[in-house]
Write a protein that binds this ligand. Structure first.
Ligand code: COS
Length: 380
């Protein structure tokens, strides 16, 4: 699948930036669980916090294919950076781009696109409403001209670094997903409590937290879109988010593959180059084929999105396939490299932990299969 010249040029630029600036700090980020401020500022200067935000709001105004490329390249060297960039762009800013009124766009997109004052975040998941996103228990009750919000959210990416986030809350007592609305919550709003950072298996430099809303009062102008539209808005956002997590999985798979390929090309076994052995040849061939197939699915979804076509089916397939082959490829790379891949001195053990999120985060593989099969059952 060919890239346009501009996309190819962007890919080269992001790769160079990722290799020079992000990769040398990837292990430190994983070890400490802290994201260095200096590197964060470099991501901001490079424009990675406003990839698809319109130029008039201070963003890069790039297409979805370029966005997927940026997430892939960042994740190829550092999963924590990949998910931070992915969650911010697709979940943090996109609700404002797609559903904000002009005042909300003007107020929120420029600072989010720069990232200098913090990131954007997305509060959908709750302790009792993960895969069943419509089971939201957070409630917003109207009192005079304000909404009083109570509830909890969990597994919220970038929560500790966010300047603003969009959340869902039930505004009407209608069962199921209808009656859910979206609200904009600024950091520092009284009653908005950010919990402690979660201690995760992988992606340790990415900031994941619980949130609580305790009699948090918001004026009507903090509602995003119309009352009752929250669930559909979030489903549309997640369609795009699936391209991002697919791209993140792809980057991790490509990073592991590159490491394994280099190992095979430069090592020998029983006095012969490893490239001579079918055992290595087949593993390398299988990995590369699957990685390319995943890239095709991701870029195809991204192109459909750029053409304003529906991507529900395609993005679910892209995320499902990329996540599953990425887990397989990282495991295969470790098998190729042997015990050295199990040591912290190689990136493989980190990738092995990082990649596991892709099959369980932003919609499990099982959820993707539900979305795919529902689409097939209803189509003629
Ligand atoms: N785009 C636009 N509208 C959509 C949509 C989409 N992708 N998906 C659903 N909708 C609409 C439906 O058309 C329906 O509209 P009407 O009420 O007008 O008929 C409404 O939303 C409800 O849809 P549905 O009945 O399919 O909702 P369900 O509760 O059955 O949804 C799944 C079930 C599992 C698909 C949904 O809860 C889901 O995607 N869960 C995963 C959530 C997730 O990924 N969480 C991780 C977040 S981490 S940031």
């Amino acid at each position: 699948m060919e890239l346009r010249d501009k996309q190819q040029h962007y890919r080269d630029q992001v790769r160079e930036f990722a290799v020079q600036e992000i990769e040398p700090l990837a292990r430190q980020i994983d070890d400490t669980g802290e994201y260095p401020r200096e590197l964060f500022d470099k991501l901001s200067d490079f424009g990675l916090f406003g990839i698809q935000a319109p130029v008039e709001y201070g963003g890069q105004g790039l297409d979805t294919v370029s966005y997927a490329i940026a997430v892939e390249e960042a994740s190829r060297v550092c999963g924590s950076t990949g998910i931070m960039v992915a969650a911010h762009n697709s979940l943090g800013i996109m609700p404002f781009i797609l559903f904000g009124n002009s005042q909300q766009k003007e107020q929120y997109i420029p600072p989010l696109a720069s990232g200098k004052n913090g990131l954007g975040s997305f509060g959908l998941t709750e302790p009792g409403a993960g895969s069943d996103a419509g089971a939201t228990k957070t409630v917003a009750v109207r009192e005079d001209s304000e909404w009083v919000i109570n509830g909890n959210k969990c597994f919220i990416t970038n929560a500790g670094m966010c300047q603003v986030l969009v959340i869902t809350a039930k505004t009407e007592k209608i069962p199921g997903s209808r009656g859910i609305s979206s609200f904009i919550v600024d950091r520092g709003t009284p009653g908005f409590v950010v919990g402690k950072k979660e201690d995760k298996m992988g992606l340790r430099g990415s900031d994941t937290r619980e949130l609580a809303f305790e009699n948090m009062r918001l004026p009507q102008e903090k509602m995003l879109g119309n009352e009752g539209e929250g669930f559909k808005q979030f489903m549309i956002i997640l369609d795009g988010g699936r391209i991002s997590i697919g791209a993140m999985a792809l980057g991790l798979a490509q990073g592991a593959f590159d490491y394994a390929l280099e190992h095979v090309k430069t090592s020998s076994f029983l006095g012969k180059p490893k490239t001579n052995y079918q055992s290595y040849q087949w593993k390398i061939a299988d990995m590369y084929t699957k990685i390319q197939a995943a890239r095709h699915l991701i870029w195809h979804s991204a192109r459909l999105e750029d053409a304003h076509q529906k991507i529900v089916l395609e993005s679910a397939m892209a995320k499902l396939y990329a996540s599953e082959i990425a887990t397989e490829c990282v495991r295969m790379a470790m098998q190729i490299v042997g015990q050295r891949g199990y040591l912290e001195e190689t990136p493989l053990e980190r990738m092995y932990r990082d990649v596991r999120l892709c099959e369980v985060g932003e919609g499990t593989s099982e959820i993707q299969r539900i979305v795919i099969s529902r689409n097939l059952f209803k189509s003629k």
